[in-house]
Write a protein that binds this ligand. Structure first.
Ligand SMILES: Nc1ncnc2c1ncn2[C@@H]1O[C@H](COP(=O)(O)OP(=O)(O)OP(=O)(O)O)[C@@H](O)[C@H]1O
Ligand SMILES: [Mg+2]
Length: 253
């Protein structure tokens, strides 16, 4: 049965999508895993970074959530070997209608159920908020990967993340685990990066991934070439770090 992981942080720009798509490609490439990426962010970044022309797709996640199209018809296979359920801005128009539906928190969990036996990992790329889509992602997942960027505001956001996870566990009675907190965009020339990493490690202890993702231009450039960091700069520090993360996530049960 697939291990389902949401890549979640309400803060924007912390490398949720970057982590989701590079991790997905790495799990295929280095561990021969069958991986599905579900993009539940109307920005559509995870699908786009995996080479899907998100403005020209016939079907997308919103069609599955609306019960219009079976999920198998929406899955797109990409050159990297990763399968994707893509989204684009049309998903945003569904947020209010979905928010009024009974069982609204469980729509994604039910939607992906028919394809779970085809995958070893399902990675869900979340939007930068705690609306109905992010809750759906958490309810559909066994664990959460929390990328945190090395900034003061990144650190400040931790309380909000913990509150959201408490809501899911206590109010919605879903025992989601923290698969790991991931330090992202680490700049070793910058004292703040070190201070934020120390504070995160003090707070989360062994819930921190050992891997730290460095800030590098190559990671930023890779999606514009339709490539993961493993193709774009295979020997660089970014690829080495994301490969280390692949090893850690692979071991997570
Ligand atoms: N390690 C890194 N080094 C340099 N740039 C990075 C790194 N990680 C991510 N970026 C860049 O930072 C920006 C934000 O990353 P990304 O889109 O993955 O964040 P996000 O958390 O998914 O954002 P959003 O909240 O908008 O969904 C992107 O331009 C991305 O290429
Ligand atoms: Mg994103």
């Amino acid at each position: 049965m697939a291990r389902k992981l949401a890549v979640f942080n309400m803060k924007g720009g912390v490398a949720k999508s970057t982590t989701a798509y590079n991790l997905a490609v790495g799990l295929v490439k280095f561990k021969k895993q069958r991986v599905l990426v579900v993009d539940i962010d109307p920005q559509g970044n995870a699908g786009a970074a995996l080479g899907i022309p998100i403005w020209q797709i016939d079907f997308q996640l919103k069609d599955v959530l609306q019960h219009k199209t079976p999920i198998a018809q929406v899955v797109v296979s990409t050159a990297s070997g990763v399968d994707v359920v893509p989204s684009n801005i049309l998903l945003a128009e569904e947020e209010i209608p979905i928010s009024g539906r009974p069982g609204r928190e469980m729509l994604l969990k039910k939607a992906i159920a028919p394809v779970l036996d085809k995958y070893d990992f399902v990675l869900i790329d979340c939007p930068p908020n705690i609306g109905v889509f992010a809750i759906n992602a958490l309810m559909a997942s066994d664990g959460v990967i929390i990328p945190v960027d090395m900034s003061y505001l990144g650190l400040l956001g931790i309380q909000g993340i913990e509150r959201a996870l408490a809501l899911v566990r206590e109010q919605l009675e879903h025992p989601i685990a923290i698969a790991g907190v991931l330090a992202t965009r680490y700049d070793r020339r910058n004292n703040l990066s070190k201070e934020v990493l120390d504070a995160l490690t003090n707070h989360f202890g062994d819930k921190m991934f050992k891997t730290v993702i460095p800030e590098t231009v190559k990671i930023r450039e890779a999606p514009s070439h339709g490539q993961s960091i493993f193709e774009y700069d295979p020997n660089g520090v970014g690829a080495i770090a994301y490969r280390d993360l692949v090893n850690e996530v692979y071991k997570w049960q």
